[in-house]
Design a protein around this ligand. Structure first.
Ligand SMILES: Nc1nc2c(ncn2[C@@H]2O[C@H](COP(=O)(O)OP(=O)(O)OP(=O)(O)O)[C@@H](O)[C@H]2O)c(=O)[nH]1
Ligand SMILES: [Mg+2]
Length: 302
């Protein structure tokens, strides 16, 4: 069971603990090695990675806390506050209220949840009265196009497609052209994820980016990478590969419903400082949440 299941219950219980302990300003001392080691083990289990775990241990080891704060149940909340500090500057709104037109490329390796996330986004944007067109630029498999079409039909969103095997960049081009000619607010491009022939994939991805710029020199305004939380530290390598082609402006972390390893997002935040747009917590259309650092940090410790 994923850690997000207990999100709400955990949140309210713990925030009262923090305010109580803040008022308890006497008896300040450093945390003992036992609790620090426990926190470090916990962080490694949750996939924060060794670097971040050691860094955190050091930060906490050098601070002074009241006796009340140092009680185990309170100390985890203090820890979660520190995690929030890292994540909060990276909170990014999924839906912008401004009138600016945007092209969003959705990228990522095989099976991370790109198409599903776009499906969920189509509903969300629709609810915010955004006019959206989606490009089915994963032309490798008929099933990939069909999968996107199901989402688009369900949410009454227009989709531009081509035949299987067509040049993905040409689909992206047609989609952006259509978006511009039809006064859309958003143009979203679904792309293929193939690790096994990585070089081709990356060249093709670069071509999509190049071709879009022929229509709109500022495109893509957004490139969001979709990462599967269950693949852990490998997300670091995935980001590095995609960053070589174009700057990433957002992370969507999916499948957090199936793992207790949400610490990977903190490792990524610490390393890349890429804004975090959304989190996927299931396969249904409502299972895409705005990323809120404080809620996430609390959910991690539950
Ligand atoms: N539990 C869970 N499953 C998810 C989530 N997001 C996507 N999935 C599932 O993950 C699988 C792959 O999702 P897709 O959207 O097809 O992934 P993709 O990145 O488009 O895959 P490719 O196009 O093959 O690269 C599907 O079975 C989805 O239902 C999530 O947040 N939670
Ligand atoms: Mg897909």
């Amino acid at each position: 069971m994923g850690f997000l299941k207990n999100l709400k219950e955990g949140l309210f219980k713990s925030s009262s603990n923090i305010s109580e302990s803040v008022s308890n300003i006497f008896l300040k001392s450093k945390p003992n090695e036992k609790i620090l080691e426990e926190i470090e083990d916990f962080m490694i289990q949750c996939d924060f990675g060794i670097d971040v775990a050691s860094k955190f241990k050091l930060i906490l080891a050098n601070k002074k806390f009241s006796e009340e704060e140092l009680k185990k149940e309170n100390f985890y909340n203090i820890f979660s506050e520190e995690v929030t500090k890292i994540l909060q500057p990276l909170e990014k709104k999924i839906v912008n209220t401004g009138p600016d037109f945007k092209t969003i490329i959705v990228c990522g390796v095989n099976g991370t949840g790109k198409t599903t996330t776009i499906g969920k986004l189509s509903k969300l944007f629709k609810n915010h009265n955004k006019k959206v067109v989606i490009g089915a630029a994963d032309t490798f498999r008929a099933a990939a196009i069909d999968q996107l079409k199901v989402w688009c039909d369900k949410n009454n969103t227009e989709m531009i497609q081509s035949e299987v095997g067509a040049d993905p960049a040409s689909v992206a081009f047609k989609t952006l052209e259509y978006a511009k000619n039809n006064n859309k607010d958003l143009c979203i491009i679904d792309t293929a994820g193939r690790l096994q022939n990585k070089k081709n994939l990356m060249e093709e991805f670069a071509k999509i980016v190049r071709v879009l710029k022929k229509i709109d020199p500022d495109a893509p305004q957004e490139t969001w990478i979709v990462l599967d939380a269950t693949t852990g530290q490998n997300a670091i390598a995935q980001i590095e590969e995609f960053q070589k082609i174009t700057p990433l402006t957002g992370i969507v972390m999916t499948k957090l419903d199936g793992t207790a390893k949400g610490g990977i997002l903190v490792a990524l935040a610490d390393r890349f400082k890429i804004p975090i747009v959304a989190i996927g917590v299931g396969e249904k259309e409502e299972d895409l949440n705005q990323f809120i650092a404080s809620e996430y940090s609390q959910a991690l410790i539950k």
